[in-house]
Design a protein around this ligand. Sequence first.
Ligand SMILES: Cc1cc2nc3c(=O)[nH]c(=O)nc-3n(C[C@H](O)[C@H](O)[C@H](O)COP(=O)(O)O)c2cc1C
Length: 224
Amino acid sequence: MSVLAFREIRAKDEAPVFDARFRAEFEALLRWRRDVRRFRRDPVPAELVERALDLACLAPSVGNSQPWRFVSVESEAARDALRANFRRANAAALALQDESRRALYARLKLAGLEEAPVQLAVFCDETTAQGHGLGQASMPETRRYSAVQAIQLLWLALRSEGVGLGWVSILEPEAVARDLAVPEGWRFVAHLCIGWPEAETAVPELERAGWQARTGAGRELVRR
Ligand SMILES: Cc1cc2nc3c(=O)[nH]c(=O)nc-3n(C[C@H](O)[C@H](O)[C@H](O)COP(=O)(O)O)c2cc1C
């Protein structure tokens, strides 16, 4: 296990002006971000990943606590443990599916754990003193929300370089923490497979596979 170093990026003093072209490109970045499970095996330059991690650390966090913790999963032993974990969790998830959907579920590719050249497990440090508890008293889960913010920025930063990220949650969280021997108090949030995608698409893979398309769910603005 190796814990990646944190390098802070300071902005230049002058505030940027984001123009229409930037906004169009930003929208394209959002529209062309994908959850990727089919990776080419060629390596991703380490500096590119480091830079994306630097940018991810600009994420907002409750009380400025920055509770995200990244673990680079590199050894074959650690990767094997994750793959075995995924197989167990996925078999359990398959059994929970309605019978009418089980065959389709079994055909879905739900992780790139074999191919992805870079794999990062993300944890939330539930014990960090950074932030002095601000914002967490009534909602301690905001620490984990903060970790997810960093993941989202990492996702976009990588995509802006043409690198894909796939979020794997079909895992037994306690087993991940145990297998990666992380400190007590780190709670598992996500396992991220990272690499060059086999193909680019603006349509989510689950939609193309006939599992679930986007709908208007969540777009409604409830007014009170
Ligand atoms: C919290 C979270 C957990 C996810 N877990 C998995 C997973 O275990 N396996 C998988 O194939 N996709 C997983 N995804 C990816 C979603 O399936 C994907 O985001 C969704 O289908 C929409 O596709 P898109 O990200 O390409 O727009 C996860 C996404 C999120 C946000």
